[in-house]
Structure formats: C-alpha cells, structure tokens
Design a protein around this ligand. Structure first.
Ligand code: PMP
Length: 341
C-alpha cells in the first residue's frame, strides 16, 4: 500500500433491503442519501429499453451530452467535461493537480469525500470552520497561502443545506491562485445560483440529484480553458458509459419533468421544515434535505421503526440529516419521529 493509502472508508447510507432483512421489517422508508424520490423522466426508461450497444465502447468526446449540458447551463461547451459523478470529477482533479504536501482547504463540516481524497493524495487537509448558520468562516483568508492548491466550496453544503454569500466566494476566488472547486451538487434546489467565472474556478454539478440519475453516475464541470488538456490526461478514457450518456441526454430533453420534481421537493421541504420546527431544532435548507438537532441515538431508534435517516456523527456534527421524500414518506418519518421523541 502507498503511505497515504486509506485509513477511513466513505460511509454510504444503508439500503432498504438491508434494513428490511436485518430488522425483519415490512415497511422501510429511506431518507438518507439525498435521492430524488420521483425517479427520472419516463423518457429515460425508453432509452434503457431500446439500448443495444452494450458491446461497444463509448465515444470519449461525449459531444452530444456536452452540447445538451451547454444548453442547460449556458456554459461554453468546450469548457465542459463529464465524469463518473462529481466524485469522479473530484478524483481526476486531485489526480492531476495535487502533489504530496499541497494544501487543500476544506470548510468543515461537509461531504466527507473531499477529505478522504486529500489524505489519499498525501495532501495536507486544511480545515476551516463555519459560523452558527454554517456559513464559511472569514478565517478562511488566513488559511490561504502559496502552498494552497485547492479550495473546496460546496454550494449548497452537505449536510447542513446552507449556501454561501456570493461576495465571500468572489473574495476567496480573487485572493488565491489556487483552484477553487465549487460543488453545486444540489444547486437546482437553491433559491439562487452563484454564476461566477474565473481562470482559477471549477464549477461541478451532477445528474444524481435533481435529475434522479444517481445510479448512472453522471457528473459534469466547467473548467478554465488552460486546465482542460491536463484534466483529460488524468481522466480515465471512458468515464461514463454511452448508455448513461444517452439517458442523460433524454433527461435533458425533458426538463419539464426535472423542474416539476424540483418544485415538488422544494414545496415539501418547507412543509417538513415547519413540522420539524415544532419538535426539534431544524435549520433552513437550500437543498433536498434538512439538518436538525435532537437527542443522541435518534437515527437508531428511527431505524427500528423503519425510517432510515443520516446520523451526522460521521460529519463531526451532533445532529441528523433527513432527505425530502414523497409526502407520504415524509409523513411516515414525522409520525415515527413523534413516537420516538
Ligand atoms: N458533492 C456533494 C456535496 C454530495 O453530497 C455528493 C453526493 N452525496 C456528491 C458531491 C457526489 O455526487 P455524485 O453522485 O455526482 O458523485
């Protein structure tokens, strides 16, 4: 093993089948992985049924998908790369940009995979805190120096659901030569977008959340022009399958479906927020989940009742993250929560 080989595994949420089997339950609701409960556009299932090129390698340019993504985002097509989820894009960026000893600035608490990647690449993970609303502390400016290679900014953040002030993000981007990586995995659920550009800025998005294609592993990012050939040299040759590409294209051709899912989830988020506010300390969210504080061991108690939520211990936070599901799933969660509290 390399000196930096892993010490800590990424912990994914438990599946419905696992919980049913382990606890002998008939009804289990999973609100732990920030998935879109409505699934993708029906047009995607037509593509799946009609796909026959399983024996062929994909075309590594992914031109049609990048064109569609360019229409969707307004980003220049030449600057768009695709990868196996934002996870895959992050991996490639670390592979191409991070040398041993480089500093990677990570505002904690946040998605754990950033830190795992930093440590795997023998980088120094420089942790910066957040204020009482989980916004990135101004102390971040003290952490930026000539060894800083990468700064991560999730917008919105996981698991807290908040966004950052645009002015702060712009100041960060302007005050460092390091690459700033804005992770917009949940941006479709937010009220506002950052919409900034710079020569040291990467903006990454995914089709796992709003587009409900988590299992197909499709992420994409806007890179500065100078970085593209470096990125390509480090990426695996065929990061996504052409089946995934075709499904993504059909989802992008049916934006009404995604927009209506996002609308339903945003409305439901406000309803669940109001309900939770009556019984626990819950934080406002711009994503498809809510973060709340409550007594220790709550996730285990709910699991026994057939509700899977995320205990945020692994994020270094005392609290819980619940994904917004369909109204009937959320009602089941709220009912069981009232029972166990
Ligand atoms: N970024 C954040 C903030 C996330 O929460 C997640 C998924 N949990 C990802 C990236 C990874 O998303 P993808 O499915 O595109 O790899």
């Amino acid at each position: 093993m390399r000196r930096c080989a892993i010490f800590e595994e990424y912990v994914a949420g438990k599946s419905i089948e696992e919980v049913k089997e382990e606890l002998g339950l008939e009804k289990v609701v999973k609100l732990a992985s920030n998935e879109n409960p409505y699934g993708p556009s029906p047009k995607v299932f037509e593509v799946l049924r009609n796909f026959s090129d399983l024996h062929r390698y994909p075309n590594p340019e992914y031109k049609e998908l990048r064109e569609k993504l360019s229409d969707y985002t307004g980003w220049e097509m030449q600057r768009i790369v695709v990868g196996a989820g934002i996870d895959g894009i992050l991996e490639t960026i670390f592979k191409v940009a991070i040398d041993e000893g480089d500093e990677v600035v990570i505002p904690m608490p946040t998605f754990q995979y950033y830190r795992i990647l930093a440590r795997l690449h023998c980088a120094r993970d420089v942790i910066v805190g957040r204020d009482e609303n989980f916004q990135i502390s101004e102390k971040i400016f003290e952490k930026l120096n000539e060894r800083t290679k990468l700064v991560i900014i999730p917008f919105p953040n996981n698991p807290t659901g908040n966004v950052e002030r645009k002015k702060l993000v712009e100041e960060i981007v302007n005050s460092t030569k390091a690459i700033v990586f804005i992770d917009e995995a949940y941006v479709e659920f937010a009220d506002s977008k950052l919409d900034i550009d710079a020569d040291n800025l990467i903006v990454a998005r995914t089709m796992s959340k709003a587009f409900a294609l988590a299992n197909l592993r499709i992420g994409y990012a806007k890179l500065p022009k100078w970085l593209i050939s470096y990125y390509k040299s480090a990426s695996t040759p065929f990061p996504i399958s052409s089946l995934a590409e075709k499904c993504a294209i059909s989802a992008l051709e049916d934006l009404d479906w995604t927009r209506s899912c996002v609308e339903k989830i945003r409305r439901e988020r406000e309803r669940v927020y109001e309900e939770l506010k009556k019984i626990v300390k819950v934080y406002p969210s711009q994503a498809n989940f809510l973060f709340f504080e409550s007594r220790k061991g709550l996730a285990e108690s709910l699991l026994k009742k057939g509700v899977i939520i995320r205990d945020c211990k692994s994020f270094g936070l005392e609290g819980y993250r619940v994904t917004i599901g369909k109204p009937e799933e959320d009602d089941f969660f709220l009912e069981k929560l009232k029972e166990v509290l």
